[in-house]
Design a protein around this ligand. Sequence first.
Ligand SMILES: [Zn+2]
Length: 258
Amino acid sequence: MELNEKEIREQICEVGRRVWLKNWVAANDGNISMRLGDEFIITTPTGVSKGFMTPDMLLKVDLDGNVRGGYLKPSSEIKIHIEAYKRRDDKRAVVHAHPPVCTGYAVANIPLDFKTLPEIIITLGRVPLAQYGTPSTTELSDSISELIVCHDAVLLANHGAMTLGKDVMDAYYNMERVEHFASISLVAQQLGGMQPISEPDVKKLEDIREQFGIKIGGSACINCGVCTGTESCQLSTKSEYEDLIEEVTKKIMKELNS
Ligand SMILES: [Zn+2]
């Protein structure tokens, strides 16, 4: 059931409080948003601690980032939220934060693509690393643009992480998963290295994921089954595939017409 505007505003404030309590943001960092209907986004303001927001402080913006309601200014990082919504019509909410352990991986430029935890293989698959982009510029939204098509969580190099969800709580839980995954991976590395789950056992987990109807990636991701680890789940795969179809169609049409 679709949340109404009041519920969305309350959920964003609750998630803001949790993000701050968990030490995933410092001072005024981080931003949270959720779509309202087809036209609008409810989002957090800039210059405010996300731990102390009240529903009236949130803003309503359109999909071009124009403010349509509210007395504060939206975060300049609203661009990555808008990019995610444009790329993923199956997701309604975005959480962006700087949780210390996964941000450590982002600073070390190490993606979280280890096949080590069953629940991560089933839920997120892997968490890729988007190239560094200057915050608040289109460099950042460009850097996530392709990855977000096939993944519900992305590390932002030298910056933090962003997650998507069907609503704000869902996006928040994905951020919890990412930070938990990063923390466990770091401990395993310190204890002498990670032992990946074997490929046949990974396959079993992917089958379970399919049985549960869990889909990683949006409708434009044609290769979701491999989002757990290969690099082939990029948009480039889609365009090559589309090019091939176009070529074959042209040949068939030519033969039919001759
Ligand atoms: Zn940030």
